[in-house]
Ligand binder design. Structure first.
Ligand SMILES: *[C@@H]1O[C@H](CO)[C@@H](O)[C@H](O)[C@H]1NC(C)=O
Length: 136
């Protein structure tokens, strides 16, 4: 049981390494020097913050876990006005998706579904591990 679960988690993890832009700058950084490898199986999301300050627009980009990014982005939704002191946080989960806005984007829902499936599989696995002593 342990091994099959470990294998399952490993397989899930193998597909989960993504790269994101990481920087904190006053421009929309998107050159190869800003590309980082995100932590396998933990950081499955690229996060992008756009802040409107007195001296202009600032960008903060990084890898993140999808949960943390979604919480941040929904928490700041009311501050995303596009005006002075606006803070907008967006999350996406395709490689390098936190670069400058693209004309054509892959819909987020398709990748969101696979993340949900993955979460369900991990939960099932943990549940099995917890139940194992009771079954034997
Ligand atoms: C990211 O990982 C790839 C291979 O997995 C490696 O070639 C590359 O140098 C890494 N990049 C950084 C910025 O660590």
């Amino acid at each position: 049981m342990w091994t099959s679960c470990a294998l399952l988690l490993l397989l899930l993890g193998l597909g989960l390494q993504i790269q994101c832009y990481q920087c904190e700058a006053s421009r929309d950084c998107a050159t190869p020097d800003f590309i980082v490898n995100c932590t396998v199986n933990v950081q499955d999301t690229c996060q992008k913050e756009v802040l409107v300050k007195d001296d202009g627009i600032h960008y903060r980009k990084s890898c993140a876990s999808s949960g943390a990014c979604l919480i941040a982005s929904s928490g700041y939704q009311q501050f995303c006005t596009g005006k002075l002191h606006s803070v907008c946080i967006t999350c996406c989960n395709t490689p390098l998706c936190n670069g400058p806005p693209q004309k054509r984007r892959t819909p987020q829902s398709s990748t969101g579904t696979s993340a949900t499936l993955q979460g369900a599989l991990v939960s099932a696995c943990v549940l099995l591990l917890l139940l194992e002593p009771l079954l034997c």
